[in-house]
Design a protein around this ligand. Structure first.
Ligand code: URA
Length: 208
C-alpha cells in the first residue's frame, strides 16, 4: 500500500488554520496554498535519488549531493493550478503537465477533456496536485491517465485529505504515496470535506 503522510509541522498547521478561515481573502488564500505546497514538496522529496559530486568552493573541494531524478508537476484543473508555484519554487527545473477532468452528469464517471504531459513523464517523479482529496474519484482517474501515459513514480500532493479519498486511491494503486497537509474525517452530502475550507477553486480564483 502507498504511504500516507499527514503533516504535523506547526508551520503547516498554522497556515492551514488561516486557509480554513472563511474571512481569508483570495490573495492570502492563493499565497497560503503555494506556501503549504512548498512545505509539502520539501517532505515529499526526502527520498529522491541522488548522486555524489565534487564542487570547488573558494577554499577547498567539497563532496556534494545532487538530485538525479526529473520532476514533473501535474495539476488537476482547475484548483491544482494554485499548487504549481509551490513545487516550482523549490524545483525550478520541474516540468508541468495538465489534466482536465469533468464528471459526466449521467454516469458520474470522470471524463478527460484535456491532458498534456511532458515527454519525460515515464522517467520522472510525478507530483499530482489537487488541493482537495475528497471522494478520490478524480484523483483515481487522473492517476490512471498518467499511468496510461507511462508515469511510474507518482506521488499525490494535497492540502486536505478525507478518508474516502485516501481509501479510493490506496485501493486502486498500491504504488502511489499521498502527502497531505491535514486530514479531515468527513464529507458532506455534496462531497465537500468537513470542516474543510469550502470550494478550493472558487476561493483561489475568486469565482464566488
Ligand atoms: N473540492 C473542493 O474544492 N472542496 C471540497 O471540500 C471538496 C472538493
Amino acid at each position: 500500500m502507498g504511504k500516507l503522510f499527514i503533516s504535523e509541522h506547526p508551520l503547516i498547521q498554522h497556515k492551514i488554520a488561516m486557509l480554513r478561515d472563511k474571512n481569508t481573502n483570495t490573495k492570502e488564500f492563493k499565497e497560503l496554498i503555494s506556501e503549504i505546497t512548498m512545505l509539502l514538496t520539501y517532505e515529499a522529496t526526502r527520498d529522491l535519488p541522488t548522486s555524489e559530486s565534487e564542487v570547488e568552493t573558494p577554499v577547498a573541494t567539497a563532496k556534494c549531493v545532487n538530485i538525479t531524478k526529473d520532476i514533473v508537476a501535474v495539476p488537476i484543473l482547475r484548483a491544482g493550478l494554485g499548487m504549481v508555484d509551490g513545487v516550482h519554487n523549490l524545483l525550478p527545473a520541474s516540468k508541468v503537465g495538465h489534466i482536465g477532468l469533468y464528471r459526466d452528469p449521467d454516469t458520474l464517471t470522470p471524463v478527460e477533456y484535456y491532458c498534456k504531459v511532458p515527454e519525460n513523464v515515464s522517467d520522472a517523479r510525478v507530483f499530482l496536485l489537487d488541493p482537495m482529496l475528497a471522494t478520490g474519484k478524480t484523483a483515481e482517474a487522473a492517476i490512471e491517465f498518467l499511468k496510461e501515459r507511462g508515469a511510474k513514480d507518482i506521488t499525490m500532493l494535497c492540502i486536505l485529505a478525507a478518508p474516502d479519498g485516501v481509501k479510493t486511491v490506496q485501493k486502486a494503486f498500491e504504488d502511489v504515496d499521498i502527502y497531505a497537509a491535514a486530514y479531515d474525517t468527513a464529507l458532506n452530502d455534496k462531497g465537500y470535506i468537513v470542516p474543510g475550507l469550502g470550494d478550493a477553486g472558487d476561493r483561489m480564483f475568486g469565482t464566488k
